[in-house]
Design a protein around this ligand. Structure first.
Ligand SMILES: *Cc1c(COP(=O)(O)O)cnc(C)c1O
Length: 352
């Protein structure tokens, strides 16, 4: 039967947190910044204020830049850390490997991604070490950067202890650390620690702090703890077409969510909704949860025909991400009603 679910609340899905709209704090901030003329290209007062707020948040002097999306943030951040003959070590499931169309290699003019393994989407430090030490001759690209994703592509979260172990290997061999934080807020909500404790204190050199998946219309913050690497980053952004002339509207959104604490509140909400969804799904015997749920996604295995039926009912979710299975992603605005409706439809499909 191919009818749309009567249960599904309007506009609620589990496809991605970037399917969600703009949170009120960000939208209001855009309106409040819409006051006549202001200097362009980041010379405005909103940008100055939010950069200071980030420094306060991380408790250190960091350099802050804004780009439109996560692919640009990651690719340019990585390009700032390496030259064309270098290599970047990342997890096999990393977004920079699987979902950025070769942009990290493109923007670094040929630097190569070397793929590492590790359970639950996290790098195994021993495997990273193997990759670094495998070759030291001139015929192989020189490892220069380790890229970690926080939260990971499979919804898990590095603890400071786990990240420190990766960082130790980086320090030993003089490698830099890039963190893809498209869901950094969700990781922070999960860990309940100070942002510095999982970034600058663990040796992270540059963090791509995601805004889009945390309730902004667009705009990611690229935060350099390694100040030397930030020196010419503005030129890289400009050349890549990532310098927003009306920067104040990206900056204002960040101000809106940082000042109010909404960034963490919404991330907590998304995580809690995922936890609730997980609890509900665990009660259904034909559904298997296949990844530890630590942030705002639940990865499950369900019968193939049930996936098809659920899609027919109008539910959107992906089945090709990370380790496979269905990925159910919660966002800042996910409601309990949406979860109830999804689970009710799922049970119906399993009975059919
Ligand atoms: C969504 C996402 C990004 C950013 O993707 P864009 O579509 O370029 O904004 C980066 N890394 C991870 C892990 C993501 O999930």
């Amino acid at each position: 039967m191919s009818r749309s679910s009567d249960r599904r609340p309007l506009n609620q899905q589990f496809a991605s947190d970037n399917n969600a709209g703009i949170c009120p704090e960000a939208l209001d901030a855009i309106c409040m910044a819409n006051v006549g003329h202001a200097p362009s290209y980041g010379e405005d007062r909103w940008t100055a204020e939010v950069c200071d707020l980030f420094r306060e948040l991380f408790g250190c002097h960091c350099e802050v830049f804004f780009v439109f999306n996560g692919t640009a943030a990651n690719s340019l951040a990585i390009a700032s850390l390496c030259r064309s003959y270098h290599a970047i070590i990342c997890h096999r499931l990393a977004h920079i490997e699987t979902d950025e169309c070769g942009a990290p290699e493109f923007f670094s003019h040929g630097a190569k991604l070397l793929l590492a393994d590790g359970p639950e989407g996290k790098l195994d430090p021993a495997n990273v070490r193997q990759i670094i030490t495998k070759r030291s001759d001139i015929h192989y690209p020189k490892p220069k950067v380790i890229s970690v994703t926080q939260a990971t592509e499979v919804g898990t979260v590095y603890t400071p202890h786990e990240l420190e172990a990766v960082s130790e290997v980086a320090r030993e061999y003089g490698l830099k650390i890039h963190m893809d934080g498209a869901r950094f807020a969700n990781a922070m909500a999960s860990l309940e620690i100070e942002p510095a404790a999982i970034t600058v204190d663990c040796g992270v050199d540059v963090l791509c702090f995601g805004g889009s998946k945390n309730g902004l219309a667009m705009g990611e913050a690229v935060i350099f703890f390694d100040l030397a690497a930030a020196k010419e980053f503005a030129y890289q952004c400009k050349q890549a077409g990532q310098l927003a002339s009306k920067m104040r509207f990206i900056a204002a959104q960040w101000l809106g969510i940082l000042k109010s604490g909404a960034w963490l509140r919404y991330a907590r909400h998304a995580n809690q909704m995922a936890e609730l969804l997980e609890q509900r799904l665990r009660q259904i015997s034909q559904i298997e949860v296949i990844m530890p749920r630590q942030a705002n996604s639940v990865f499950v295995r369900m019968p193939e025909d049930v996936v098809t039926q659920m899609h027919r009912k109008g539910w959107r979710f992906y089945t090709f991400i990370g380790a496979g299975g269905a990925r159910l992603m919660c966002s800042w605005d996910t409601t309990e009603e949406a979860i109830n409706a999804f689970v009710a439809d799922l049970k119906e499909c399993l009975l059919a």
